[in-house]
Structures are given as structure tokens and as C-alpha cells.
Design a protein around this ligand. Structure first.
Ligand SMILES: Nc1ncnc2c1ncn2[C@@H]1O[C@H](COP(=O)(O)OP(=O)(O)OP(=O)(O)O)[C@@H](O)[C@H]1O
Ligand SMILES: [Mg+2]
Length: 317
């Protein structure tokens, strides 16, 4: 049995003289959640549309659920679900009616469409609100209903294009919960997002995409480790002594970030314990009081900025 749900090798897509995809590579294992993380215009939606057979690529190999998207588009379509940026829900119908309609559109019989709708409403915590018209739903409820609709046919591979964009923190948490519940069932999920936290929480592996190419991939931990250095964070009690304290940290001054509002200094460290002890000593000797000192791994935000920034610098050079 093929353990890969998605394989992309050297995919290119041009719009006029612009490369939307510039040799993109991607491998996603069956039953995993893969995050495609990148800034605006990176090529995330283009990738999803090609994988979902809605758009043809110019060059490269693209396989989904064991079939080539060019020669086996019908086979691919039968095995996938897609949650696009804007879903096609009928505002006047209730959640249940919407799902039934989707089921009928996908050639489920009336009875099967009904039971499937009920299963999905139950699964996404919408059973109580199934009869309410969709226009009365909150953002989070809508998105969960979208998600339910994309699962009508029980797809092997599910594409989620920015599933939580525009939701408040609670709506986002609800959608995350729903996505997590899919994975146990063996569904492969490819998720695009601009939220680093989302990729960190949901994805088994992450590909960082920038200008049509994957600039890094791995688990969130691997990416963090790749960008290297643990960091030391110091909260200084007296805001006036922030600059002075920044000069005492065991890193080049240019590498120390200063957050004046939080009185927080942060710097990369090479040797954890030595840096910690050295910082305590240096601050003590200068008579600068620290409210907190902590060692930590870099956040995915920092990784992301480093990776995409480095790319920008190389291109400029
Ligand atoms: N139909 C089109 N015609 C011309 N250019 C396009 C078209 N669709 C996308 N592009 C360009 O291709 C590049 C990749 O776009 P894409 O929509 O895949 O990015 P994205 O990563 O999904 O961005 P976002 O985070 O804003 O959704 C962008 O530069 C975009 O302007
Ligand atoms: Mg997009």
C-alpha cells in the first residue's frame, strides 16, 4: 500500500511572466496533517487548486491519493474534499438542509444524505443548531459546517485553504478541534495557513512556502532547531536600564531584541547553562534587577521570519 497521499515534484505554474509556482516539492504521508505555511502570494492557493484538479500546472509531477492529477483527474476528484476560502452555503437553509443538499449533489440517495448530514452535525457539535438558518450562525459555526460539507463523501485527502482566517480565537479553537477529530479517522489533511500557531498546533509536518518554492520543511520542532539557537529572555525591572542590560547579554548587541513595553530582552544563546549563569552574574554585578530570566526554544514566528527574510536577502544579492 502506498504510504504517500500527496507527491509533488518540481511543480511550476506561470501567470503571464510571473511564476506562481517555481519548482515546488511536497510529500505528504497518509493519515497525517501537513501545513503549508507562507505569506500572501506565496503560492498556497495555487498549490491547493492544482492538487484538487481545479487548475492545471505547466510542469512537474503531481500525484494525489495514488493518481496523477493530469491523467487521473476523475480518480483524484473521487477521493478528495476541499474547503476553499469561500464556501457555497445557502444562507436561508438550515445546517442540516445544506448538508443534505451537498449529499444529493454528490449522488448520495435521499436517505443516505440524511443520515450522513446527521452524523456530521453530531461530529462537529452542530446537532442542536441543525435547523437554524445558516445566516444566524457564528463565524466558527459556519466554518465547521463548511468542514462538514467538505466531508460529505468521506474523502481520503482533504484540502483546507486557510480554514480559520477571519475567525475570532474561540471560532478558531472550535475549528482546530474539528480538524483534530478527523485525523484519527485516517483522513490526510493538507492545510494552508498564515497563522504560525495554527501550523504548530495542528500539523505533523510543515512546509514553509515562499515565492512558489518550499524554503524549509520538517516538524515544528525540527524547523525551530534548524534556525538554531535557543534563546534567553530577560524581563528587566527598571525600564531605564533596558539598554544597559542589553549590552550585558552573552550575544552580539545587534542580535538582542528589545521589547520596551514588556521590558523584555531576548537573545540567541550558544550554551544554555553557561549563558544563563553568565547573564545572572553580569546583571548582578551591574546592579540591574531582573524580574524573570528564562531559556526557551525559538517560536515558529521567529523561524518563519528568519526563513522568509533570508530568502528575500538572497534574492536581493
Ligand atoms: N489567476 C491569476 N492570474 C494571475 N496571477 C495569479 C492568479 N492567481 C494567483 N496569481 C499570483 O500567483 C501568486 C501566488 O498566488 P496564491 O493565490 O497561490 O498565493 P497564496 O499563498 O494563496 O496567498 P494568500 O495567502 O494571499 O492567499 C501571487 O503572486 C498571485 O498574485
Ligand atoms: Mg490563498
Amino acid at each position: 500500500m502506498n504510504t504517500e497521499a500527496i507527491r509533488v515534484e518540481g511543480a511550476r505554474k506561470r501567470y503571464g511572466d510571473k511564476d506562481a509556482l517555481d519548482g515546488l516539492d511536497l510529500t505528504v504521508g497518509r493519515g497525517t496533517v501537513h501545513g503549508l505555511l507562507g505569506p500572501n502570494g506565496a503560492g498556497k492557493t495555487t498549490t491547493v487548486r492544482i492538487l484538487a484538479t481545479l487548475l492545471r500546472h505547466d510542469e512537474g509531477l503531481v500525484r494525489v491519493a495514488g493518481h496523477d492529477v493530469r491523467t487521473g483527474a476523475r480518480e483524484v476528484r473521487r477521493r478528495i474534499g476541499l474547503l476553499g476560502q469561500h464556501a457555497a452555503l445557502d444562507e436561508e437553509l438550515g445546517g442540516r438542509q445544506n448538508l443534505e443538499m451537498f449529499g444529493r449533489l454528490h449522488h448520495l440517495g435521499a436517505r443516505r444524505a440524511g443520515t450522513r448530514a446527521d452524523e456530521l452535525l453530531e461530529r462537529f457539535g452542530l446537532a442542536d443548531t441543525g435547523r437554524k438558518p445558516v445566516r444566524q450562525y457564528s463565524g466558527g459555526m459556519r466554518r465547521r459546517l463548511d468542514l462538514a460539507a467538505s466531508l460529505i463523501t468521506d474523502p481520503e485527502v482533504l484540502f483546507l485553504d486557510e480554514p480559520t482566517t477571519g475567525l475570532d480565537p474561540r471560532g478558531r479553537a472550535e475549528v482546530w478541534e474539528s480538524v483534530r477529530s478527523l485525523v484519527g479517522g485516517g483522513t490526510t489533511v493538507l492545510l494552508t495557513t498564515q497563522y504560525l500557531e495554527e501550523a504548530d498546533r495542528l500539523a505533523d509536518r510543515i512546509s514553509v512556502v515562499d515565492r512558489g518554492r518550499v524554503v524549509a520543511d520538517g516538524t515544528a520542532d525540527e524547523l525551530k532547531a534548524r534556525v538554531g539557537a535557543d534563546r534567553i529572555d530577560v524581563v528587566v525591572r527598571d525600564a531605564h536600564r533596558l539598554d544597559e542590560a542589553a549590552g550585558l547579554l552573552p550575544a552580539a548587541r545587534a542580535e538582542v531584541t528589545v521589547d520596551t513595553d514588556r521590558r523584555l530582552l531576548s537573545a540567541p544563546v550558544a550554551d544554555r547553562m553557561e549563558s544563563l549563569a553568565g547573564t545572572v552574574r553580569a546583571l548582578g554585578a551591574a546592579g540591574i534587577e531582573a524580574e524573570d530570566i528564562a531559556l526557551r526554544r525559538p517560536t515558529l514566528d521567529e523561524v518563519f521570519l528568519r526563513l522568509t527574510d533570508r530568502e528575500a536577502k538572497e534574492a536581493a544579492a
